[in-house]
Design a protein around this ligand. Structure first.
Ligand code: SAH
Length: 357
């Protein structure tokens, strides 16, 4: 049974203190509560032994420590894991854990569906149902820690070392909740992900980019995908509102970028659409003056999509032009394709289950 008491996760520390004050509990309880929830992974107040029995009961009278329901968990042959999570109102989202040798990134969703309608993206064919709350964004990390048995472990023993806001949705269309969630993730006495271990990816909501740098200071990724407005208007319709020149100026001005902390430009390679040598040279020209690196993403197919993946040779030739100009240009390894967990493939399971609900 879902609890109708409010979930106590997803409040910043000061907000948590205020919540406690509302029920006449002392703010000194924030510390053991925070530790119990975000370091030890408590799912009930009775598990937090640093809090007296009386206070545990009082907390339980007013709140619960929530977790979304896991509708389905899929594990790819390459170790990538995808969780289909359901919230009490029935909405579902996906989060994906991508393990690497000595670390791993959890790809977190920020909205149920998406409004961007990028033509090459599967999530983009879904309608937006609603924004996720800060609680629901943080819950994806709590769920991953549960599933990977990582509570109480030191970072070197954890697979989930990095967070990327690259799941379903456009994080900068849900800035307040995303910002609250990131502040909770970054709290050193709790989940403790430093700003260098968090990456926010945007299709280019220009007016919000500066705030990300100033208020959060996390790594920024830009979904570029085209070097001319005409094509980008088509692939990423948000470009009609915030064209390339404005977007690139916001990147030039990004307060949290430096030589050591470059902005990642994501570029999905679509066969014969955006993958020519001339495109690569134009990309180099556009990036001038920006602390940039390029991440080439071989396009991941989904049923009914009007594109094809570029050939390996084509991608390598594209990458070489960027490398020769002095920018790193990693070709992103496709992960979790067998469970439709790769970039731009998140959708089918959540929609499927919505239909059968
Ligand atoms: N809305 C944000 C967050 C999504 S991040 C953004 O646009 O940045 C997911 C990344 O995967 C984006 O760069 C997106 O453009 C890319 N992507 C979408 N569909 C894809 C596909 N089918 N294959 C490869 N990459 C894709």
């Amino acid at each position: 049974m879902p609890s109708f008491k409010p979930d106590i996760t997803g409040f910043r520390r000061q907000d948590l203190a205020n919540k406690l004050a509302e029920i006449n509990l002392d703010p000194s309880l924030v510390k053991p509560l925070w530790n119990g929830i975000y370091i030890k992974g408590a799912t009930g107040f009775s598990q937090i032994s640093a809090i007296s029995r009386k206070h545990q009961l009082q907390l339980a009278d007013h709140f619960h420590i929530g977790r979304p329901t896991i509708n389905r968990e899929l594990v790819s042959t390459d170790g990538t894991r995808k969780w289909l999570l359901q919230f009490p109102d029935g909405h579902r989202i996906e989060s994906v854990m991508i393990p690497e040798q000595d670390r791993g990134a959890l790809c977190v969703s920020s909205q149920v569906g998406c409004t961007l309608s990028c033509t090459f993206c599967h999530t983009g064919t879904m309608k937006l149902a609603r924004n996720l709350t800060a609680t629901e964004i943080v819950a994806q990390i709590l769920n991953a820690r549960d599933g990977l048995f990582e509570w109480g472990k030191t970072r070197s023993d954890c697979v989930c070392t990095n967070i990327v806001l690259m799941g379903m949705g456009e994080p900068l269309f849900n800035f307040e909740n995303v910002s609250t969630a990131i502040q909770i993730m970054m709290d050193g006495d709790g989940l403790g992900f430093s700003r260098r271990r968090i990456m926010l990816s945007t299709a280019g909501v220009v007016p919000m980019i500066k705030r990300v740098g100033i208020e959060l200071g996390v790594n920024l990724a830009i979904s570029l995908h085209a070097v001319r407005d005409e094509l980008r208007d088509e692939l990423v319709p948000l470009n009609r509102k915030y064209p390339l020149q404005e977007l690139l100026q916001a990147c030039r001005d990004y307060p949290a970028a430096s030589n050591a902390r470059r902005i990642t430009f994501e570029y999905v390679t679509l066969n014969d659409v955006n993958d020519s040598d001339a495109d690569a040279r134009e990309l180099v020209r556009l990036l001038r003056g920006i602390h940039a690196k390029v991440n080439l993403i071989p396009w991941n197919p989904w049923p009914g999509a009007p594109y094809q993946t570029s050939t390996r040779d084509r991608i390598q030739s594209f990458a070489k032009i960027i490398n020769d100009a002095g920018y790193s240009s990693a070709i992103r390894a496709t992960r979790g394709e067998d469970i439709m967990a790769a970039c731009g493939q998140l959708k089918s399971d959540s929609e499927l289950s919505t239909i059968t609900r």
